[in-house]
Design a protein around this ligand. Structure first.
Ligand SMILES: [Zn+2]
Ligand SMILES: [Zn+2]
Ligand SMILES: [Zn+2]
Length: 764
């Protein structure tokens, strides 16, 4: 028997379908022919957290930092993964070999390899590079199995990135949070994503309105009722600002004066047909953006909806795909699939041609996955929620349009020269709606263009008469706030904002084979959750459809984060090392050591950093630190963040109580045990002194702590019930509170305020 490990259950099911023989479905695997087929569910294992190594690390403390475990150990992600790992463990014992059939990318390689490593599996492993659940396609893969060792370095590079991310995340999140009144999470992808929004909001807030000018000529072909507006075309000598707008009024007035008296123009009209092919099928980024625009669903929602459609209802293919292309095999099966979709959606379509092969069918552009399309499952859509139905429908529509004719537009241009200046007018008219008859809701970035009657003219030269030469004055507009759609789109092309040419070049090189990504950060599977985490961390907030930076987010990005983390530089620089790991010239520690060094550097540079937030309660004693609420089962009080100050305040309904007039008195003499500061405490039974660090209590003697070694136990004049004299013992909590013990019968008593004694009865 051989064991096949797929990355997801539905892939395992598809593989089983492609194998001949009787099928037995068991708990956590399928038996078919000579194979056991089992599955992971993405990663079954994750890195251990510091508290898994030692529970004391549960509390975030700066002295514990930095963490870098020499051997970052793995643990099952949850109870479900633990169970599945045990099933795989038993299957491994029975098998003579393994076929690793997780996704053919670095993360997929790691998902399979880490399971085998975790179980210390030593027998031969073959690799099946599977990116499609199509049965015919999978059958062919069984003849193309390779030695898994060929791909191991790919998984190692993903493992290196995971550890490097943990070194950044664990250390810097703890470091900055300890310095702040709020929890501050740090991450390689999160930081530059936050930066996009912070910088965009800054540009909006600081936008200074400027006037810019457009010169027009309104003219007609001897028909005053049908004026046509021509627009001045900038040339190499036109002064423009960085947004290519003309802000120089003198210049534009000079041109206006030069042309005002010229009355007749020879206008050359030309036209051409533009064909617009249907859009490709969706990958997850594009689907999230489309649904955000069309239905206002958040990216996270779309991810969850597609998860249900894929895993529960199995009516769409893999939902986290980064590819918008389909394998050859999908073209062969299109006629059946189209019929199923038409049934599901109750559609009748007349413009479908299954011989039409759109550019979506291109196996060379399929990555670890193919584009998101419907599966061959017949389904009663009324069983779906409205949101699920909407998302299924747009996925299906974008598949169907692949077999529909393109949209045809006629573009007519009228152009003429006056002196050295060109004036132009353009108009587009629809010749054939093509696929848009079906898909009319598609959102296109509408360029601002004036409608013109020029399309009524045939292609030739015309005589036009000048009617007027107005200057159109406009205001520059601030950039638009991010929406989830535009933010995720910018995450896939963050390189365009990067000034450092080297980093920019690396990011673009990283994505050179990725359709739809141009210098990106994150992955399609994680971008939505990155945005969601930034919102949960309080760095970003939703305002309707907009995503804006909060005060906390702006402060953290602008004043706290070190430069190398706030930009996309890390993603770029890591990628270079990862490529070397894949090539076998570098190892995991080459990456993790350099990351660890920069973490130590960042903590050293920022060791005195003061992170203050607008809503911090500033310590009234030193006017510098903020007050942190410290809550344990025993205490609830507020302490100043500045060690030098060390002030504490009682808690009053969740707020520090400043009413105490006299500050707690400090002793000039330190604690004899550890040199800690001694504070005077007003106890129920009188004053005593408490060490701030070791909590040791000392009796008060004439306003000063009594540091003399503990008095020997004193015999009391009081008697026990049994007749024996009692021994006085000061309690630990309050040295003024006396407990009395009977050495004979072990009874305990407490002294009351009136010096009478009360027996201590343990309540049952
Ligand atoms: Zn203070
Ligand atoms: Zn002490
Ligand atoms: Zn007694």
């Amino acid at each position: 028997m051989k064991l096949i490990i797929a990355e997801k259950r539905n892939v395992a099911t598809a593989i089983a379908t492609a194998i001949d023989g009787a099928q037995e479905t068991k708990d956590g695997y399928v038996k078919k022919g000579d194979y056991y087929i089992t599955w992971a569910s993405g990663h079954l294992l994750s890195l251990k957290e510091p508290e898994d190594y030692d529970p004391k690390f549960q509390k975030w403390n700066i002295p514990d930092l930095p963490f870098n475990f020499p051997n970052w150990e793995l643990k099952p992600i949850n109870a479900g993964s633990k169970k599945q790992l045990n099933i795989i463990k038993d299957l491994l014992k029975e098998c003579s070999g393994v076929i690793h059939a997780c996704d053919p990318d670095d993360e997929g390689q790691l998902i399979g390899d880490e399971i085998l490593l975790y179980h210390d599996y030593k027998k031969p492993v073959e690799r099946m590079l599977i990116n499609d659940n199509n049965t015919e396609y999978i059958r062919k893969l069984f003849t193309k199995l390779e030695d898994n060792r060929k791909y191991e370095s790919l998984g190692i590079s993903a493992a290196a990135r995971r550890i490097a991310d943990a070194i950044i995340g664990i250390n810097l999140s703890r470091f900055y949070s300890c310095k702040s009144s709020k929890t501050l999470h740090v991450g390689r992808v999160k930081a530059p994503t936050l930066g996009l929004v912070v910088n965009r909001d800054y540009a909006i807030e600081n936008h200074i309105k400027q006037l810019h000018y457009i010169l027009r000529i309104i003219a007609n072909n001897n028909d005053k009722d049908n004026n046509i507006t021509f627009t001045f075309q900038k040339n190499a000598n036109t002064p423009v600002n960085e947004d290519k707008l003309i802000i120089d009024l003198d210049y534009i007035e000079k041109v206006q004066a030069e042309i005002a008296d010229i009355k007749d123009y020879k206008v050359n009209v030309t036209s051409k047909i533009l064909t617009k092919n249907p859009p490709l099928v969706f990958n997850i980024d594009k689907l999230q953006a489309y649904c955000n625009n069309k239905f206002s669903y958040t990216a996270q929602e779309v991810l969850e909806i597609t998860q249900v459609l894929q895993a529960t209802h199995q009516i769409i293919t893999y939902n986290r795909s980064d590819s918008q292309y389909l394998n050859e095999e999908h073209f062969q099966e299109a006629p059946q699939l189209i019929e199923i979709i038409k049934e599901n959606l109750n559609l009748s379509l007349d413009n479908i041609d299954t011989n039409r092969k759109s550019k979506v069918f291109d196996s060379s552009k399929v990555t670890a996955h193919h584009g998101i399309i419907p599966t061959h499952t017949r389904f009663d859509l009324s069983k779906l929620t409205e949101k699920e139905r909407n998302v299924y429908q747009v996925i299906a529509e974008f598949y169907l349009v692949q077999f529909m004719p393109p949209e045809k537009l006629k573009e007519t241009t009228g152009i003429f020269k006056v002196k050295d200046y060109d004036f132009k007018t353009t108009d587009r008219t629809v010749q054939d709606l093509g696929y848009k008859k079906f898909l009319n809701s598609i959102n296109e970035e509408k360029e601002e263009e004036e409608k013109s009657n020029i399309s009524k003219f045939e292609d030739r030269l015309y005589d036009f008469v000048n009617f007027a030469t107005p200057i159109d004055t406009r205001e520059t507009k601030p950039p638009k706030p991010y929406t989830e759609a535009t933010l995720i789109s910018d995450m896939t092309s963050i390189a365009k904002y990067i000034k450092n040419p080297e980093i920019k070049e690396i990011l673009l090189r990283k994505d050179k084979d990725k359709e739809g990504a141009k210098g990106s950060i994150g992955t399609p599977a994680t971008r939505a959750s990155t945005v969601e985490e930034l919102i949960n961390d309080g760095y970003l907030e939703r305002k309707g459809k907009q995503i804006r930076a909060t005060e906390k987010g702006k402060n953290f990005y602008n004043n706290v984060l070190p430069d190398e983390i706030k930009t996309a530089d890390l993603t770029a620089l890591w990628w270079v090392i990862q490529e070397d790991i894949i090539a076998g010239t570098k190892t995991i520690t080459d990456l993790t050591d350099s990351v660890f060094k920069s973490v130590i550097q960042a903590m050293e540079t920022n060791k005195d950093i003061k992170i203050r937030h607008k809503d911090d309660v500033i310590c009234p004693k030193c006017n510098d630190g903020f007050l942190k609420n410290i809550k344990t089962s025993k205490y609830n009080f507020w302490a100043c963040s500045e060690e030098k100050c060390g002030s504490t305040f009682n808690d009053n309904k969740g707020k520090p109580d400043f009413t105490e007039k006299r500050p707690a008195e400090k002793s000039e003499i330190p604690c004899p045990k550890d040199g800690g500061i001694l504070y005077k405490i007003k106890g129920k039974y009188g004053d005593f002194w408490k060490c701030k660090t070791c909590q040791q209590n000392y009796k008060d003697s004439n306003g000063k702590p009594d540091l003399s070694p503990k008095k020997e136990m004193k015999k009391s004049a009081q008697k026990c019930d049994c007749g024996e004299f009692l021994t006085e013992i000061p309690t630990k909590k309050d040295p003024n509170k006396i407990m009395l013990c009977c050495e004979k019968c072990n009874s305990k008593y407490f002294e009351q305020a009136d010096e009478s004694i009360k027996k201590w009865v343990i309540k049952k």
